[in-house]
Design a protein around this ligand. Structure first.
Ligand code: GLC
Length: 449
């Protein structure tokens, strides 16, 4: 009997062990991300001091290496308030934020022991800027994304296309004679990533620059395994060659719905970092429309801000974050309880679908004329209203060929002007049952009634 009991206990422990070791699937890891809808991207670095291109101004030889690095003397972080950032991000409806811990220029925003090229040693900020950011995000229950450039244009073992002085003093590495320069570089990158992982345990790694080398050179597959070993629920953007978990289109909004999980990252003006002479800001309505188009295609918008060297955020950027947040607040149900909308052809504009398929959300970018039309809908309609104001809208259906199962066109009354949103109006169409679409090519009417 005792022996039986013991066997039972051992069996239980064994099964438990197996479950503990079971790997989370990619779908499990991506769950929060696929419901996130909005993230804030933050490009914060030396480049904001002169207001020049982030790292690329080196690559394009617009500034000498020494002058670029001299910007560090004015990178004060004097008005850096990560708690206020996190509160703001939370308020506007973002679910995650991604901070540039190290851009291609190689400057680390955290306390790294692998390079002296960090804000503690080189700038008047003199402190780790990533630590309080991570803490503040966690406090607001936001997911933490760390941008890490695989490329490092300061590391002496990384070849560059612009003139660079000897940088070895900034990279105290033990003499490792048996390693090639590239092996030394990979060891360095891994060391920094391990530091970031140990100190901050990010929920998301946002890599950049993978295009400069091959997958083998980056040891991409092994790196992905390592990241998952450090944090089994972590997710990784697509810039780790083919080993990312979701795709990351940039600047040009996708026209065709991308497959799988994805995120569209976009600047508010034409630059990622603080760049005061760039006043080509996208109007608020464009940012809101883009947000709607992206979530209507099942993606997230990762909207970028470029804080000033003192850590404050430019008014134009604050205004845009706030305005998007106000719009989201008013249209919350259409944003957070939805998924990608109808396939092309049913409605002239983006649409969203409730997760249970019983509500369709139609986005109106322009003031509609005569009526709003929705085609190919087999369902009976329960009610139609304007999201945010609750105005009930009348509707009628005409045409179609019921005997061939081809539904008529649904004509929805145009909302009163005061119920139209100044940016994007959302109409909620509530169905009697789960969505059923007609997707055919039409038929000849073989028998008239
Ligand atoms: C590009 C640029 C980089 C920027 C990134 C953001 O890859 O190289 O400067 O940080 O886009 O998506």
């Amino acid at each position: 009997m005792r022996c039986l009991k013991l066997t039972g206990v051992l069996f239980f422990l064994f099964v438990n062990q197996i479950f503990a070791q079971e790997k989370l699937t990619k779908a499990d890891r991506l769950t929060w991300f696929q419901n996130a809808k909005l993230g804030v991207f933050i490009h914060w670095g030396y480049y904001g001091v002169n207001g020049i291109g982030e790292s690329w101004s080196l690559y394009h030889k617009r500034i000498s290496y020494d002058d670029y690095m001299a910007q560090g003397e004015k990178f004060t972080a004097k008005n850096y308030k990560p708690e206020a950032w996190a509160k703001l991000f939370k308020k506007i409806g973002a679910r995650y934020a991604v901070l540039t811990t190290k851009h291609h220029d190689g400057v680390a925003l955290w306390d790294t022991k692998y390079s002296q090229l960090n804000v503690l040693e080189k700038t008047p900020a003199k402190r780790d800027l990533v630590a309080p950011f991570v803490k503040a995000l966690r406090k607001e229950n936001l997911k933490v994304g760390l941008y890490y450039s695989l490329i490092d244009w300061s590391h002496p073992d990384y070849e560059v296309v612009f003139p660079r002085p000897d940088t070895r003093n900034n990279f105290p590495q033990k003499q490792q004679d048996q390693l090639t320069p590239w092996q030394r570089f990979i060891k360095f990158n891994n060391g920094q990533m391990k530091e970031l992982s140990t100190n901050f345990n990010p929920d998301l790694w946002w890599f950049d620059g993978d295009w400069e080398k091959t997958s083998e050179q980056w040891r991409a597959e092994a790196l992905k395994d390592t990241l998952l070993a450090w944090n089994p629920s972590v997710i990784v953007n697509s810039r780790l060659k083919t080993h990312g978990d979701y795709s990351t289109p940039e600047q040009g909004v996708p026209i065709v719905r991308p497959e799988g999980a994805w995120e569209f990252c976009m600047t508010m003006n034409d630059n990622w970092g603080y760049f005061p002479s760039d006043t080509n800001y996208k109007p608020i309505s464009q940012i809101i429309r883009t947000f709607v188009e992206v979530i209507a295609s099942g993606g997230n918008l990762l909207l970028n801000i470029g804080p000033k060297p003192d850590g404050s955020i430019a008014t134009e950027q604050l205004e845009r974050l706030e305005a998007l947040g106000d719009w989201i607040k008013k249209h919350e149900t259409a944003v957070f309880s939805t998924k990608a909308g109808l396939p092309y052809g049913h409605f002239y504009g983006p649409t969203l679908l409730s997760k249970d398929d019983t509500k369709i959300y139609l986005a109106l970018f322009d003031t509609p004329k005569d009526y709003i039309s929705l085609k190919g809908l087999q369902n009976k309609i329960k009610s139609i209203k304007v999201v945010g104001t609750n105005e009930e809208l009348d509707f009628e259906r005409n045409g179609g060929a019921a005997w061939n199962n081809i539904p008529g066109i649904l004509r929805i009354e145009v909302p009163l002007e005061k119920h139209l949103d100044e940016n994007v109006t959302i109409i909620e169409v509530e169905l009697e049952d789960a969505l059923l679409l007609y997707r055919g090519h039409g038929n000849a009417v073989e028998l008239n009634k």
